[in-house]
Design a protein around this ligand. Sequence first.
Ligand code: AMP
Length: 433
Amino acid sequence: MDYTIAKGAFDIVPFEKEEEDKWRESGRWQYLETVLRKTADDYGFKEIRTPIFERTELFVRSVGEGTDIVSKEMYTFIDKGERSLTLRPEGTAPSMRAFVEKKLYAQSGLFKYYYLGPMFRYERPQAGRYRQYHQFGAEALGNTSPEQDVELIDMMWEIYRRLGLKNLTLCINSVGDSQSRSDYKKALLDYLTPFFAELSADSQDRFSKNILRILDSKDPKDKKILSQAPTILNYLHPESKSHFERVLQLLEGLNIPYKIEPALVRGLDYYNKTVFEITSGELGAQNAIGGGGRYDGLTAALGGPDLPAVGFATGIERLLQTMLKQNAPFPDPPHPFIFLIPLGTKGLEFCFPLLCRLRHEGIPAEMDFSAKKIQHGLSLANALSAEYAVIVGDNELSSNRTAVKNMQTRESEDVSLEALFAYIKKLLDRKRG
Ligand code: AMP
């Protein structure tokens, strides 16, 4: 029997010993989640939480049959009612499904949503690539303006700025409207046809299924052939072209540096016009921390009103890994303000209600339930990084006094037992200012 964790998954725990594993510490995840939610609030995005599983058709229809996600990477299973269900590989299709199904479009106001949670893709696990991974994503619907695209890009950029990330590259491209894309696909087909036999097996497969995806190929020989291929930017129709130019102009106005990447098409079928990706030099082969684009036809494809939309998603694991590699700051983990060290039954009787009272007042407090040895209590207080420690044994109870010890400076203050609660509260008030 093997009871160990499934391949490609990982645990998020309070403490990891090795520096390179510290991105899996739960305190770091909580911090990141706080920054993500606060930024979403500041930009006016509201949370949507959808189920972990959906009907398989949803992803086939929206992500697209020819994509790697749908053709190779889905966790699909048949439930006891003979329904085909899939663990969500991404967050846009479920959010749009909920938007349509819950008729959120009938509400007044703006249609701006975010999601945060686990996603599942059956991929070859490696650094930065997991089978269960997590995404934060945001979607804005109802607006065709380039400002809408840039609101999303700016929010993504701002998240990374708030987290202290550096050396990021924004790669951007336009895949145009469907007319531009179909003209371009024709040109690409004409160009690649004579090279067909030389293309990698993957690219040959994509040739008929989804020719644009050949541009994603990492195969060196494919890349050489592609270096002379026509670029989509020369096939944009006037409206797509001016949209793209305006997006770039807005980015310049915000001082967000960008790199135009004509081969950037992204893996999902539903994109049109603007597509973008943010990469970090620190991540090695799996260097994209986030990406997104415009997907104007998706709500209509899912049976809803035909609304334009833009969105992005960023991978939590890669964000945390980049933060660690760049020594970005994390807040100190929570620790007890006061640590109580009772000795013997009487000490316990005094300390336990005090412990609860402190906590009821919102004072982070901890105590040594074993109540046997001062040394045991003190080393626990140290291990937990408690700021102050108090010993309550027979001596303290008979003299009715104890010492509140500052664990950093080693100084201590003598206090009567009746005054102890008020004293601790005052200490914390003083610290909090
Ligand atoms: P995508 O929609 O595929 O571009 O994914 C958006 C972001 O999610 C990527 O830029 C990565 O940061 C992250 N991501 C996607 N797939 C995985 C995976 N298997 N493991 C870890 N992160 C992933």
